[in-house]
Write a protein that binds this ligand. Structure first.
Ligand SMILES: CC(C)(COP(=O)(O)OP(=O)(O)OC[C@H]1O[C@@H](n2cnc3c(N)ncnc32)[C@H](O)[C@@H]1OP(=O)(O)O)[C@@H](O)C(=O)NCCC(=O)NCCS
Length: 191
């Protein structure tokens, strides 16, 4: 357990600042999280009330920070402080040193490479500070933009778990991608 005021370190890229969520992020984030286009391929459903966004930025985030996780991060466009999405890395299986990556970007900001830029910083942080052997990502079949994001980050497609997710009253196929520590080290050296 981390102290109650522990927060994941702020990460910066050419255009973005990734920082911990705070309660005051709820109102601006709700304007994006209420959009069903954003949640078409996500495990979470679009937020119907501002209270759901408060629960995310306050209760869920604090729970994860208490565990010392780099999840969830607010994605902001420097120098604007408002969140335009979220991303994070957490243990999918700590005994096996496997982590999982997740991200979403607000619809007005799609198509600008933001998810990839944020994820790259997060991946570097995760491999350096948590030292997983494997970093995986799960994509609900049909989410081509997300597959592209992962391919551009050198993730490898491993296969599809057919009808493995019961979501919104239907069974979805789930595609699995991963990046191993050794592959990350090679990809980082090439830069
Ligand atoms: C998926 C998502 C994160 C992509 O973020 P982004 O910042 O827009 O990503 P990029 O700008 O790098 O674009 C991704 C790539 O997908 C491509 N793309 C976008 N929409 C596409 C579509 N409908 N079909 C095929 N490719 C598509 C883009 O052309 C781009 O590829 P390119 O760089 O080779 O041209 C964003 O759309 C999003 O937040 N979606 C909703 C939440 C979500 O699905 N999260 C992921 C869950 S696994």
């Amino acid at each position: 357990m981390m102290p109650p005021d522990w927060r994941p370190p702020t990460l910066t890229t050419a255009r973005l600042t990734l920082r911990a969520f705070e309660e005051h992020d709820a109102d601006p984030l709700f304007e994006y999280a209420r959009n069903p286009n954003v949640t078409r391929f996500t495990l979470w459903d679009h937020h119907r009330t501002p209270a759901e966004t408060v629960a995310f930025v306050r209760d869920y985030a604090r729970l994860r920070y208490r565990e010392g996780m780099a999840e969830p991060y607010a994605i902001t466009l420097t120098p604007n402080p408002h969140p335009i999405g979220a991303c994070g890395c957490f243990w999918s299986s700590e005994p096996n040193q496997s982590m999982e990556l997740g991200y979403w970007v607000a619809e007005p900001y799609w198509g600008r490479g933001i998810a990839g830029e944020a994820s790259e910083a997060l991946i570097n942080h995760a491999f350096r500070d948590y030292e997983p052997e494997r970093l995986q990502a799960r994509v609900i079949a049909g989410n081509f933009a997300s597959c592209r994001v992962l391919e551009k980050l050198s993730f490898r497609y491993e296969g599809t778990l057919r009808a493995s997710l019961l979501r919104r009253s239907r069974f979805d196929d789930v595609m699995i991608y991963s990046l191993l520590r050794s592959e990350w080290a090679v990809a980082t050296r090439k830069k």
